[in-house]
Design a protein around this ligand. Structure first.
Ligand SMILES: C[S@@+](CC[C@H](N)C(=O)[O-])C[C@H]1O[C@@H](n2cnc3c(N)ncnc32)[C@H](O)[C@@H]1O
Length: 226
């Protein structure tokens, strides 16, 4: 591990706004920490950002929506470090970060449903054969159904046309209700609130490069009982 990464990795353990998990049992997807009450200063609905990277997006959302709590999720501690530090410096109390693999979220969050989810610029994994690793593959959609309130909104933002098409197909297969989708977010005249008003680190870079940003707003059917 490079020196800077290692220092961040060590320092982040002491951050009060980061929950740092380690895998306890990979088969049962258990980690050493679970969600507890009173993590946030105020008890209010919690929104999650999946693969938040440097956390810029959920920090902006937290500033805009003080009546909601935001949980930024990513596996890379050195990226979370940047967002967590910024949130602390600004004194934001409605944003927290958790270092965890998305796959382990249902056991981590058990009993603490989430009201909304953002999946922002997930890795497109265009070289994988069947897209299993993509964060909008059916197995991940099943996982989101377990952690979200019934009828909760999910939002996908991506610059990748293959991932966009794959996601629409995967959502249709999973019985999702696609409320709105566009191949070019910033050319649509729809009022899309935070989706248009807030940009992630990657999004700003892609826009500068002239890439079109794709967006899907959807809900998922409730998980089956068995
Ligand atoms: C391309 S980056 C986008 C970061 C941020 N959303 C943005 O738009 O600036 C994708 C992020 O997803 C995270 N990620 C990918 N797969 C993950 C998984 N299974 N669990 C947790 N994080 C994951 C990566 O660590 C990375 O930070």
């Amino acid at each position: 591990m490079a020196k800077k990464k290692r220092i961040r990795y060590e320092e982040i353990h002491a951050f009060p706004n980061v929950i740092f998990t380690e895998i306890v049992d990979a088969d049962s997807r258990k980690v050493n920490r679970s969600w507890s009450e009173n993590v946030f200063e105020k008890e209010q609905e919690t929104v999650v950002e999946i693969g938040c990277g440097r956390g810029e997006y959920c920090i902006d959302l937290a500033r805009r929506n003080p009546h909601k709590n935001y949980l930024g999720v990513d596996i890379k501690a050195d990226r979370l470090y940047i967002g967590a530090k910024k949130a602390m410096e600004e004194g934001l109390t409605n944003v927290m970060f958790v270092r965890i693999r998305v796959e382990f979220l249902p056991t981590f969050l058990e009993g603490h449903p989430i009201s909304e989810a953002w999946i922002t610029f997930p890795d497109p994994y265009n070289r994988t054969i069947n897209g299993r690793k993509r964060l909008t593959a059916p197995r991940f959609l099943d996982l989101y159904r377990k952690i979200l309130n019934r009828g909760a909104s999910l939002h996908l933002k991506t610059d990748d046309p293959t991932l966009y098409e794959f996601s629409l197909e995967s959502l249709n297969q999973s019985g999702a209700d696609i409320r709105f989708h566009t191949f070019d977010l910033y050319s649509t005249s729809e009022d899309l609130g935070d989706a248009k008003a807030v940009q992630t680190t990657y999004e700003k870079r892609y826009i500068k490069e002239g890439r079109l940003i794709k967006y899907i707003h959807f809900t998922l059917p409730a998980p089956s009982e068995n």
